[in-house]
Design a binder for this molecule. Structure first.
Ligand code: MLT
Ligand code: ZN
Length: 481
């Protein structure tokens, strides 16, 4: 919690007014209806909420927020509820309200000349991608949860994902933003300008703020040309050093072709192929590690297959790659991606796991994997590191699965010890303890050590200036004052 006095529970009179404003489908108060909004995807947190409010447009949201603010009621924004760090889950007091933006799900406009789209917060990332594709363009943001994750949450967490290596994180796509502020005021910043130097770039303040400064309600996103050709290959490599050697070879050929460059450990792949129905390894035998590389280009004249085969041929000769399979169809390309995208699900099926969404300079990923694996093994014998992720941008999900046969609760009781052991290595390698999932409710305790002093104090001042009563997503990002 931030430095706030305890917020108020909504009174019966306030709930009555909110219900009258939102209508029967816009407010949930029955315990069974509210419950799904009070637990995160990973079931790390089980909160309670006085009500779930579901406004259908920005004006209704602004009115709801003004009423809650006046009554001193704390608000927790929620979209697709796919947070990896409990960032959209209410606390246990039962005094907070969850405000879910999933009904604000219109794609307002797509402009092919400007190459932009205007989308509301409740549109799923997948629906936004599909709409951009149907208009002949690419929304270049791709994450494992894109079928459920919604634009509001994707922007509030500055999501990264598989294509950061080429297009950057969510922030880089945001040209304009509309947000409802903690007092119910509306920030109308839906400008689709490539150049707009007019004082502070307020839109960037809301991106990555995890709903602590208000609600992102709509955005203008920069689109890209739709690729005319896409090629993907799964490569067997000895380790992360070999993966980086392969990355260097692709960059040396043409950095503009690389659309994704993902790393998977042998241990993680073994869990996927054993525990996820329909997932099988399309190589002759298991390898210590794998790379999924995807090349894409909007150019008409490019022979992408030849480009891919040239680099892989060189890598075979150099011994960097021991085996590889190239997708021969869209179905095969999706099957290769399934092996990568199902890592989180496979780890969930394998028992309790602790996630470390960390980043280091790309060159230091091999040291991260080696040293963090050793640190965790020293802490809990039999612990199963299953690192994977976006090696092309230095973001590794250094996830650890419980030892076989260990009591899951006993394993999870050591989550901070495990996170701290990994964090010590990450710090030594000049990395970050929170790369793309956000801080949420899971990591505020790490903020003083990592962002203490003037940095955290400046964040607190900004929070106080915009949300003086501390009503917006109170348990996210900030540790208790
Ligand atoms: C991913 O890239 O698949 C995720 O961010 C998921 C995870 O950390 O488990
Ligand atoms: Zn990721």
């Amino acid at each position: 919690m931030t430095d706030r006095s305890l917020p108020n529970a909504p009174s019966a009179a306030l709930l009555h007014r909110l219900g009258a404003l939102l209508g029967p489908s816009g407010m949930l108060t029955a315990e069974a209806d509210v419950a799904p909004y009070c637990t995160d995807w990973r079931a790390l947190y089980r909160g309670r909420a006085a009500a779930v409010l579901r406004p259908a447009d920005s004006a209704a949201l602004a009115a709801v927020v003004a009423m809650c603010a006046e009554a001193g009621v704390a608000m927790v924004p929620q979209g697709g509820n796919t947070s990896m760090v409990g960032g959209a889950t209410p606390d246990e007091s039962g005094r907070e309200v969850v405000i879910c933006l999933s009904r604000m799900n219109r794609i307002r406009r797509i402009d092919p000349v400007d190459q932009t789209m205007e989308v509301e917060a409740g549109v799923t990332l997948k629906a936004a991608q599909d709409a951009a594709r149907a208009a002949g363009m690419l929304l270049p943001l791709s994450i494992s949860s894109e079928g459920s994750a919604q634009i509001g949450g994707v922007l509030a967490t500055n999501a990264g994902g598989n294509n950061t290596v080429r297009y950057g994180n969510a922030r880089e796509l945001v040209l304009g933003l509309e947000a409802v502020l903690p007092d119910g005021g509306v920030f109308h910043g839906l400008r689709r300008l490539r150049k707009d130097n007019t004082g502070y770039a307020l839109r960037h303040l809301f991106v990555g703020a995890e709903g602590t400064l208000g609600f992102i309600t709509a955005a203008i996103l920069q689109l890209q040309p739709q690729p005319r050709a896409v090629e993907a290959a799964l490569c067997a490599v000895a380790d992360a050093d070999a993966a980086l050697a392969l990355f260097a070879a692709f960059r040396d050929q043409d950095p503009a072709l690389i659309q994704a460059f993902e790393y998977m450990s042998g241990a993680g792949m073994e869990l996927v192929t054993r525990l996820v129905p329909g997932a099988s390894l399309p190589l002759a035998e298991p390898a210590p590690a794998y790379v999924l590389v995807e090349l894409a280009t909007p150019r008409r004249d490019a022979d992408l297959r030849a480009a891919l085969e040239a680099v892989l041929g060189g890598a075979f000769e150099a011994g960097t790659v021991s085996d590889a399979v190239i997708a021969e169809s869209e179905t095969q390309r999706l099957a290769l991606w399934k092996l990568r995208e199902e890592h989180a699900e496979a780890q969930r099926r394998a028992g309790a796991s602790v996630k470390n969404d960390v980043s280091v300079p790309v060159s230091k990923v091999p040291a991260l994997i080696e040293r963090a694996s050793a640190a965790c093994a020293a802490l809990i014998p039999g612990i199963r590191p299953a690192p994977f992720g976006h090696i092309g941008d230095g973001n590794i999900h250094f996830n650890l699965v419980q030892p076989e046969g260990m009591d899951p609760a006993a394993f999870l009781a050591q989550d901070h010890a495990i996170m701290d052991a990994v964090a010590a290595v990450v710090r030594d390698l000049d990395g970050s303890f929170s790369a793309e999932h956000g801080v949420g409710r899971l990591k505020p305790y790490m903020m003083p050590a990592w962002r203490g002093g003037a940095e955290l104090e400046t964040m607190r001042r900004i929070k106080r200036a915009i949300d003086p009563a501390g009503l917006m997503n109170p348990d996210a990002i900030f540790p208790p004052a």
